[in-house]
Design a protein around this ligand. Structure first.
Ligand code: ATP
Ligand code: ZN
Ligand code: MG
Ligand code: MG
Length: 471
């Protein structure tokens, strides 16, 4: 990529979240991730170009020095900050504007700083040989997979119903989504194949912003916020059918829609369970603590035939879950420590740097967080380290997993048929090679802590008022 000769025609709209907008290169497997600002600030950027550069550099540092160590470097791409010609960015913003979903247009793309994060395009992997059908990528935003400990929460309901399920009631009450999703993160993170299957099926039924499917780099399945229509599952299945035709029911050359869906969920579950990498990380067995089931999940516990296997060590879900569990005090237990830090910073503003409140996110920052003693000795260092841990956990609760499924090449038909290998393959879905990455690993700002407390209170009180009565 030659940064001084950028042409907006080489880039196309790819997608966006709440904080950034992503464009992909039409030929190379690259994306540019640009910042977004509230639309009312569009004339007046909220920060200078240098601050924007610093913000993106902080994302790179946080991703590569902190999140990559906690999640496994194999899964994490930190990318690099690039400075783009302003004219290119302006033309790009005009070109893509009409492709943006209306519900995301309360924010505008940053056209002032010229800074962006350049990353590999995880939805169009580089292929080493041609494949019969384009690669499939499934993006899952799993959200928080555990219940807080009763020690720190003021409302008992928080130890029985998970945050995601409570938040669903709140979002429906506020009109953000028309229907509640029956996905529960505790099912996905359980490591039990039936519960995972159940969770993925409900992600497909009501994807909201927790599931997207890409085919050959193009998004083919996602939700529209506030829309009355459910996304078209039949169209998804239509796309998926060719990938699974050589599976179970190929004898008749016909496959029921249900079988396609089941095979897809199974392949996705296999990819998630087999994704392991790096060292460190202990197995988190939460079954004994009684904290692994959410009362709002409709999964029927009696259906579990083969006990709960739990997640394998170093598995990607297990690494994400452990990182989320750095939030050990819940927002309610953390808030007093946050106030202590805030007070200290007011009294001693210069300590902001030493405590690394806004970075730098270097080795030293990670060590502070990992060495944080369990005992509260009243020091501001302890309080700051717990706040850092909480912010890292928030990032892990907000990240996305990208599962890439590359169909294997054509099977050869000329060898001595019924070798046991081949027979086995005939009864399984078409073979894929899979790889897994984690994306969206930005550090959360300090002032997100009080916002989280207020949101937590709103969600819990809304659930206590309406919970269980909504469809
Ligand atoms: P959120 O609101 O979830 O915090 P965000 O604003 O931080 O989102 P991202 O999630 O990083 O932004 O990016 C928005 C979308 O762009 C993602 O959901 C994903 O579909 C796509 N995307 C981001 N990075 C990549 C990548 N490296 N390759 C392919 N697609 C990507
Ligand atoms: Zn739940
Ligand atoms: Mg995101
Ligand atoms: Mg994000």
């Amino acid at each position: 990529m030659e940064l001084d000769r950028m042409d907006e025609n080489d880039w196309k709209y790819h997608g966006e979240g709440n904080k950034s907008l992503v464009v992909s290169h039409v030929q190379h497997c690259r994306v540019l991730r640009l910042l977004k600002y509230p639309a009312e600030d569009s004339e007046n950027p909220p920060q200078t170009a240098e601050q924007a550069f610093r913000q993106i550099q902080n994302i790179v540092d946080f991703t590569s020095n902190v999140m990559s160590c906690l999640l496994g470097e194999k899964f994490v791409h930190s990318g690099e900050v690039v400075r783009l010609p302003l004219e290119f960015v302006r033309q790009l913003s005009i070109k893509i504007q009409h492709q943006r979903p209306a519900w995301r247009c309360d924010k505008v793309m940053d056209i002032y700083s010229g800074c962006a994060l350049c990353l590999p395009n995880l939805t169009s992997p580089t292929l080493h040989q041609p494949t019969p059908t384009p690669p499939l990528c499934i993006e899952i935003k799993p959200k928080c997979g555990f219940l807080p400990s009763p020690k720190h929460v003021s409302k008992d309901i928080k130890t029985r119903v998970c945050r995601y399920c409570m938040h669903q009631h709140y979002k429906v009450a506020k009109g953000k989504w028309k229907r509640r999703s029956l996905y529960c993160p505790l099912d996905l993170f359980s490591g039990n194949r039936q519960r995972m299957h159940f969770a993925i099926r409900h992600l497909i039924e009501e994807p909201q912003n927790n599931l997207k499917v890409f085919k050959g780099g193009q998004c083919i399945y996602s939700s529209k916020e506030g829309s009355d229509e459910s996304p078209d599952t039949n169209s998804l299945l239509h796309h998926l059918r060719p990938y699974f035709l050589r599976g179970n029911n190929r004898v008749n050359g016909h496959m029921t829609t249900k079988a396609v869906l089941n095979d897809f969920i199974q392949v996705l579950g296999n990819a998630l369970m087999s994704a392991a990498g790096g060292d460190g990380g202990q197995v988190t067995d939460r079954t004994g603590e009684g904290r692994s089931f959410c009362e709002a999940s409709l999964f029927n516990r009696e259906r579990i035939r083969h006990g709960s296997q739990g997640l394998p060590t170093n598995n990607i879900l297990s690494r994400i879950l452990q990182t989320q569990m750095l939030d050990s005090l819940d927002i309610e237990g953390l808030y007093p420590l946050y106030c202590q830090v805030e007070q200290h910073l007011q009294d001693f503003p210069k300590d902001r740097t030493g405590l690394q409140i806004d970075g730098p996110y270097d080795q030293n920052f990670l060590e502070k967080v990992q060495k944080c003693s369990m005992e509260d000795d009243g020091s501001v260092e302890y309080a700051a380290a717990k706040v850092h841990q909480y912010r890292i956990a928030m990032t892990a609760k907000d990240c996305s997993i990208m599962v890439t499924l590359v169909p294997s090449g054509e099977e050869e038909d000329d060898d001595e048929d019924l070798s046991s290998q081949k027979r086995l393959r005939d009864f399984r879905p078409q073979a894929f090679s899979s790889s897994v990455s984690v994306l969206d690993l930005d550090p959360k700002p300090l002032d997100s802590v009080p916002r989280q407390l207020r949101l937590d209170q709103k969600i819990v009180s809304c659930y206590l008022r309406t919970g269980g009565t909504l469809p």
